[in-house]
Each structure stands twice: as structure tokens, then as C-alpha cells.
Design a protein around this ligand. Structure first.
Ligand SMILES: CC(C)(COP(=O)(O)OP(=O)(O)OC[C@H]1O[C@@H](n2cnc3c(N)ncnc32)[C@H](O)[C@@H]1OP(=O)(O)O)[C@@H](O)C(=O)NCCC(=O)NCCS
Length: 207
């Protein structure tokens, strides 16, 4: 069976926060609430709905803890990047205890390659770190820019898996780990499945 998702994990020391945001951007931490169901900056309806989804899950008490939000990067009033973080919920059933996942990461195409996603990822690790907590990041095996970012931040590939949709309903979907192996073995499986840089494709994030 093809296992198109890579499960990256970061345990232990992640205190090397060296990323810098170019000075033309500002960044903010968004936390879901009924007063701010999405981040207030210029963005399209689809983006607002992604934030509103998180707010709904939060308000309904479906996250394992209250610690949920997103790092948002703005330029001239427009949202140019967001990186979400959540505790365990049905989409990430494999998460235990206080651990968190970082996902639903997006940079506006005209702002890519400037280190914004890496900066946001480091800010989440800095803000949300707590003793004993580890972080997860699930990414499609062909998403080379995203894999580059998570590896640069020190995450390791620990498993492969797939996206399962009970009754075919996307809303109920969750990421399932199917294979846990030694890191070296996984890296070679992921490497073999990835296209070369010139063939690389970017897949959209799953909600
Ligand atoms: C993944 C994504 C968020 C990265 O955003 P970004 O702000 O451009 O990320 P950064 O600039 O911090 O880093 C991108 C890294 O990938 C590298 N990169 C870009 N294209 C690449 C490719 N085809 N193959 C390998 N690396 C690539 C860049 O060189 C950079 O690495 P470097 O800093 O060492 O040079 C952005 O590409 C995106 O929004 N993609 C669509 C949505 C998505 O896939 N989200 C992730 C879901 S898990």
C-alpha cells in the first residue's frame, strides 16, 4: 500500500532559534475565539474558513487542550503566511499527552523562499515549548519545500502513513501512521518516492 504522508517528530532540545523575518513583514500570534474567529488581515474567504474551522473546533471543546493557534505574517495589511498549531484532535489521533502538531502551513506564492515558514515554525516551537512536550508535522512525501523547512528545524522522519476518510467524508478525515521504521530506512523510502528538485510539485495542505 502506498503511504504518501511523512510523519516528522521533534523531541527534546529545540532551543536554537536563529531564524529572522525580513523587516518588511510583521508577525502575530492568533488564538481562536468567537471575537476573532479568523486572523484580521486581508485574506481570501477560503483562508478565513480555515481559521474559522479551528475556532469552531476550539469553541466546541474538541481539542484535547486549549493551546491552539497560528503564527500569522503580514505585509502591508495582507496575510502572506500562516502556520497553525493544535493539540490532539480527531485529525491527529496519534498525538498523546501535551504534544502538539504544527500544520496547515501556507506562504503566499509571491513571498516563498524568504524563510517565512521556517521563521514561523521556530516561533511556534519557542512559544509553545514546555517540559516533556514534543511536536509533530505531517507532510506529503512530494512536498519538498515543506520537508526542507521541517528538517531544517530539526525534526526527524519517524513514520509514514496515509490520510483516511471514514465514509469518504473529508471532515472526518485523519492521518494514520502505518509504518514506523528506523529513520535511515524511512529516509530512503521517502527519498525514493520524491521527485527530483526539477520535477518537484507542491501539494496544498490538508485542512
Ligand atoms: C511549504 C511552504 C509553506 C514553505 O513556505 P516558505 O515561506 O517558502 O518557506 P521557507 O522560505 O521558510 O523555506 C522553503 C525552503 O524550501 C526550499 N525549497 C523551495 N522549493 C524547493 C524544492 N522544490 N525542493 C527542495 N527545496 C525547496 C527553499 O530553498 C527553502 O529552503 P532554504 O531556506 O534552505 O533555501 C510553501 O511552499 C507553501 O505555502 N506551500 C503550499 C502549501 C503547503 O504545501 N503547505 C505545507 C503543508 S505540510
Amino acid at each position: 500500500m502506498r503511504l504518501p504522508y511523512c510523519f516528522y517528530h521533534l523531541i527534546g532540545d529545540y532551543s536554537d532559534f536563529n531564524a529572522e523575518l525580513p523587516s518588511c513583514y510583521s508577525w502575530h500570534v492568533w488564538r481562536p475565539s468567537l471575537r476573532a474567529p479568523w486572523f484580521r488581515a486581508k485574506s481570501n474567504l477560503r483562508t478565513k474558513l480555515r481559521f474559522a474551522f479551528r475556532t469552531a473546533v476550539h469553541v466546541l471543546g474538541l481539542f484535547a487542550t486549549q493551546e491552539c493557534g497560528a503564527i500569522c505574517v503580514v505585509q502591508e495589511g495582507s496575510l502572506v503566511h500562516y502556520s497553525g498549531f493544535t493539540p490532539r484532535y480527531w485529525r491527529f489521533r496519534f498525538i498523546v499527552g501535551e504534544d502538539m502538531q504544527i500544520g496547515d502551513t501556507w506562504t503566499d506564492p509571491s513571498h516563498r523562499g524568504k524563510g517565512i515558514a521556517f521563521f514561523a515554525l521556530q516561533q511556534i516551537l519557542r512559544i509553545e515549548r514546555s517540559p516533556g512536550r514534543s511536536f509533530w508535522y505531517v507532510v506529503g512525501e512530494s512536498n519538498l519545500p515543506s520537508i526542507r523547512v521541517v528538517k531544517k528545524a530539526g525534526f526527524s522522519l519517524v513514520a509514514k502513513g496515509r490520510w483516511v476518510r471514514p465514509l469518504g467524508i473529508k471532515l472526518f478525515g485523519s492521518y494514520m501512521m502505518e509504518e514506523e521504521r528506523g529513520v535511515e530506512q524511512l529516509e530512503s523510502v521517502a527519498g525514493a518516492a520524491q521527485p527530483s528538485l526539477s520535477q518537484a510539485v507542491t501539494i496544498p495542505p490538508d485542512p
